[in-house]
Design a protein. Structure first.
Length: 91
């Protein structure tokens, strides 16, 4: 199955929606999307993943205090990405 396959995109979108349904309302999560895993600002791998963007407080918390995210959803890997996002003034 290629990444351009419409069935691939339908499946990964359903998996993203499932992940968002479980974690998007968590205060440590700022965004859930689909993309490549990142490592220090550059692409880590070539496999498209589900990405959970987490706030700085999750990154700084002790591992035992963090919410645990799944490693995969419906066969798609899940990557945790630091990302503190907010609305900009004037929009």
């Amino acid at each position: 199955m290629t990444e351009q396959d419409s069935e691939f995109w339908a499946r990964i979108n359903r998996a993203r929606d499932k992940l968002a349904g479980r974690f998007l309302d968590h205060p440590d999560v700022s965004l859930i999307d689909i993309g490549y895993p990142m490592e220090q600002g550059s692409i880590k791998g070539q496999e498209i993943t589900l990405r959970i963007h987490v706030r700085e407080r999750w990154v700084k918390a002790n591992p035992e205090e963090r919410v645990a995210f799944p490693e995969q959803v419906d066969g798609f890997p899940v990557a945790v990405v630091p990302g503190e996002y907010s609305l900009e003034d004037g929009i």
